[in-house]
Structures are given as C-alpha cells and as structure tokens.
Design a protein around this ligand. Structure first.
Ligand SMILES: [Zn+2]
Length: 296
C-alpha cells in the first residue's frame, strides 16, 4: 500500500494525504485559527504534539499505512536534540508523544519523524521519479535548512555551517558566530537591519543602496560558500534551492561565486537548480519517506 500522511511543522502545521507520491486533495493547516504574529513559537511542546496528532487524524480518512512528520531541528532516535527555530522542542521525545497521542485518539499508525529539509529532499526525489538518486537541497526561509535524500545518519546542520570569520557575524538563532543562517535567515536579517524588513533590504539593493547591495552580495556569497564546502567534502552532483524566501536568490550570481570558489576540475561537474516554493514538497517527502524508512 502506498498511502500515507505527510505533516510539515514550520511556522505552522500542515498535513495532507499522500497517494502514489502525489498529494491527494489539499494541504490543510492546523490549528485552524493560528496566532498570526508568533506562529508556533509560543506553543509548548506537548500542545504542539497534540496539534500534530489532530492533523494526522484529520488527514487519515483514506486508511494510510504510515505517517511522516517533518520538523526543523536535529532529530535523533525520535528525540529532538535541538531546534533553534522551535526552541520549546529541545529535548522533547517527539515520537513517543505523537505515538501516545494517536493511540489516545484510537489511531495505530507507524510514524516517522524527519528533519524538514530532508523531507523536502525526499519530496523532490519522489515527485521527479528520482528515489534511486542522491538529492541535496538548501531551503531558504526563517531558518536555512540543508536536506539530503536518501536519509543518512548525522546532524547535517548545514544552516549552521561557518561561512564567515568576522566576529561581528552573531545573528544566528543558535548563538554561534559566523553561521550561514546568521547571514541568510529571515530572522537574522531582521536583527541585522533593525529599521528595515528583509524584503525592503533586497529592494533597496536593487535601487542602488550601497549598504544593502553589499549585504545582498554577502548573502549570495554565504550560500555559495556553504555549497562549495559541501562539494569539496562530498563531491559534485545536483543541488536544489527552494523555500519560502527562494525569490531572493539570483541564480547567475550564485553560479559566479561558485565558479570563483571551486577550481579543482573533478569537482566542477556540479549543477544548481532553483525550485519555486511548494509547501507540498515536504509533505509528500515526509509521507513517502515514512513508507520507505521507519524512523521513530
Ligand atoms: Zn547557528
């Protein structure tokens, strides 16, 4: 049976029914009347697990074989070891809580939890018929995620890769200096430009504002630097870029920086591709990966 439920936890919880690697029907949002200002950040871990359980139950009408839940952070054996963007989840035994919550609701289902960027990578593989290939993806939004398919043990906290030695680069939500997310993340940009929203910074850069233009170049060089480090560690191949704020990325600019950073000829056969934001990718990926790879 290839039916499953995919749930994605970011600044909101969405869930959908996944059938044959496609979203069947619509993604639905939970809770139905979310707090528009703070999203999920004020909701305690136990209540967040309850919202996830309600989402799974409501998306389970078609008798799914499994449910996959994608969440931001470093997960290991069903425990959220750390999650800078949803700090209340740090240390939470998310698998146990969700399993218990589903049993209370009369639903016995195999569940798996995945890092949200890994779920996007699985979603790209599933929707392109590439489940036999290696997929690497950067997701650009409030945080910066690095996802891989197939799933491989390890933290893979690519967003916290050090891309600057400047001690003034201190805006990452995890507190570390010089991190990619501290330059590129939406929240980090708001801390850097206290008087401007990130979209205004990018617009001002286009209109010739020098400070903003220098920052937008740093933003692109940071992403190129992180990608180049991945290529130097693991080899060339295909990289995808997507996420809520992907419209900020200028691909020719990224390619120019990569060209300057990667000079060894065996490593120059990489390709880079931008995918427009599609919230269903992570839901499909979580649902499909839950059928392939039981992680809880
Ligand atoms: Zn960090």
């Amino acid at each position: 049976m290839s039916n499953s439920v995919g749930v994605v936890v970011t600044t909101r919880v969405v869930a959908g029914f996944i059938q044959d690697h496609r979203l069947h029907g619509e993604l639905r949002e939970f809770p139905e009347n979310p707090d528009p200002t703070n999203g999920l950040i004020e909701i305690p871990a136990e209540n967040l697990c309850d919202i996830i359980c309600d989402a799974i139950v409501s998306a389970s009408a078609g008798s799914p074989a499994a449910a996959g839940i994608a969440m931001p952070g470093y997960l290991h054996q069903g425990v959220m070891l750390d999650s800078p963007n949803l700090p209340q989840l740090k240390g939470a035994r998310v698998c146990d809580s969700i399993r218990a919550g589903l049993q209370k609701r009369g639903l016995n289902l195999n569940i798996s939890v995945f890092n949200d960027a890994d779920a996007v990578a699985a979603g790209i593989a599933a929707t392109r018929g590439q489940l036999d290939r290696q997929i690497r993806v950067w997701t650009i939004g409030n945080g910066i995620g690095y996802g891989r398919y197939p799933w491989t043990e390890g933290p893979w906290e690519g967003g916290h890769m050090v891309v600057s030695l400047d001690p003034r680069e201190k805006y990452c939500g995890c507190g570390g200096l010089g991190h990619l997310e501290g330059i590129m993340g939406h929240r980090a940009m708001r801390l850097r430009f206290l008087d401007m929203e990130p979209d205004e910074v990018f617009a001002a850069a286009r209109n010739g504002d020098r400070r903003c233009a220098e920052f937008v170049d740093l933003w692109h060089r940071a992403l190129a630097s992180a990608t180049a480090s991945q290529i130097h560690l693991e080899g060339a191949g295909r990289f995808y870029y997507t996420g809520r704020d992907i419209q900020r990325l200028e691909l020719p600019r990224l390619k120019n920086h990569l060209y300057e950073m990667i000079k060894m000829s065996p490593l120059q056969s990489y390709t880079v591709e931008v995918l427009s934001e599609d919230p269903s990718l992570a839901a499909i990926g979580a649902g499909v990966a839950a059928l392939i790879d039981h992680r809880c």
